[in-house]
Structure formats: C-alpha cells, structure tokens
Design a protein around this ligand. Sequence first.
Ligand code: DP6
Length: 321
Amino acid sequence: MKNKISARAHTNIALIKYWGKQNKDLIIPYNNSLSLTLDHFYTDTTVTFDDTLTEDTFFLNTKQKKDKKVSAFLDVVRNQAQKNIYAKVESVNHVPTSAGLASSASAYAALALAASQAIGLNLNRRDLSRLARRGSGSASRSIFGGLVEWEKGHNDEDSFAVPMEETIDWDIQMIAIMINSHEKAIDSRSGMQHSVDTSPFYNDWVKSSERDLIDMKKAILEKNLEKVGQIAENNAMKMHATTLSANPSFTYFNPDSIRAMDAIRDLRQEGITCYFTMDAGPNVKIICSKAETPYILKKLSPLFGEKNLLVAKPGPGATLI
Ligand code: DP6
C-alpha cells in the first residue's frame, strides 16, 4: 500500500486563550477558548503511508527532522485506523521566515487531515477536530475557518471545536507585529503546565475566562469590534499574569513587546479602535478594522519597520490540496 495525500491548514489566534490542561495525555483544556483563523499564515502537509517504510520520517521545509510528537500523533491515527504502517510526512510552513508565528495549530490541523485521509479514515470535521487536538490543543480550532470555539468537554469524545462564524461579514482583521527575540522562549506546552502547577491565580484565570467567553460571544453577535478587542486584550493579559505569578516566574514579553503595546494604547488615545493580544512568544497581534489598518500601518511603520507588520484577514478551514 502507498497512499499520498496533501492538506492545507491556517493558523489561528485566540481571542479567549487556551492555557492549561485538565488531561495532559488527551489534551483536554480547563476552559473553552475562541479564536480567529487567519488567511496569511498556513502549513501545507503531505503524508504518504507506505508499507515498505520501516519508520516514520518527517521533513519540515524540506529538511529532515527528528520529532517524537509527530510519530506519537501518527500512532493515534494508526490506532484509529487499526493499521500498522509507517508514513513519510512533508510539511512546509508558509509564514515569513523568523516571524515566530510557525504554529503548532496549522501544523497539526494539516497533519490530522492529510494523515487521516491517507490512511483511509474519512472523518467528519468534528472528528477531525478531535484528532487534531491530540497533536496540539489549538489545532482543534484550525480545522474550521473564521471565528471558532473549542468546547473543552471532559473526555476524548466531547472535546472539539465548533465554528461560530465561518464567513465573517463584518470588519475585523489582525496585524501581527514581528518582534525579534534573542532568547529561546519557553514553549506553550511547558509554559502553560508551569502556570497550572504554580500560579496561585490559575483558578481565577479559568473562572474569569468563562465569563469572558460569554461576553465575547455576545460582542461577536453584535459585531462590536471595540468590545471584542477589549475582552480579548484583557483576557490575554490575564493569561500572561499566570506566567508572571508562576514560581519561578517567567514572561513572554520582551522590551519591544511592551513598546508595541504602548504604541497601540497611544493609537487608542487618538480614537483608533485597536487592541492587542499575545501568545507564547514576543510578537504582538493587533485586533482592528480593515478600514483603519492603513492608518495603523502608517503610524507603526517608523517604530517597527514596514516589513515587520503583517496584515492577516479571517481565513478558511483546513482543506485537501
Ligand atoms: C497561548 O496549542 O500550542 O497560543 O496543546 O500543548 O500543543 P499544546 O499547546 P498549544 O497552546 C496554545 C496556547 C496559546 C493560546 C491559544 O492558542 O489558545
């Protein structure tokens, strides 16, 4: 048997963050999260299941890599299909080099779709989302386009993402400010676990996110960019507060991230509707309207360089290519 399938998935940025697992093996989160899938950043992955192979191989941007997570994920796929056969995985990340946005979300969503199809499983999108979740939690959301909620559930069966608004007919988009980091960041997996284990604020983060989610869904239904931005910014800072209050403490902010957040607050003082969010790295993402994007770019270019400002519109769900 030799079966080759390619898939594309886009990355997503959470407006209500996922930060902590109640089940580490199955990747079941403590709280629901909600994200916007983006058009600008995506991963293309080709999976070839081949019964002449004696081990899994993985190529990222044409370079061979050792990655235990990829093989462990393929084990989940093999187990579901009840087939014992190795695969060659070839992934290409379409994100600007050094952008630091190469995300496990697009990677595992594309891998889930390509691998499940190549091995002969024909999963519906809910089951694909459950499968992608096993690779990386945020990947469960990248199966869908637009605004997507990951319902935490309690077990493997009921923890999956659902589309909230796949086609966005109102004015919301993002600008990513690329910020160089000289230090190696703590990856999201260990960062969130350390916050769960040691931050005295962790339980409050979960409770507060549940309230934020209710308010966020209302703001989305009202198509109220200002409210969406306010809630997302506040939710992101509460997530980062669990890193500052962890023991030992750590942070994803670097001096340029702080400079970016200040610049966005200054733009707000001028009456521009723009808010920021940050994930497990120093880049700052701005939530804003398409209409005000040219002005924001004009103001931020002298501070961060035009080439470091990337505009991303709402993007589609995972597809075969
Ligand atoms: C800050 O999905 O990368 O981006 O499930 O351990 O692979 P694992 O973590 P991952 O974490 C994403 C964390 C975040 C917030 C979010 O995307 O919701």
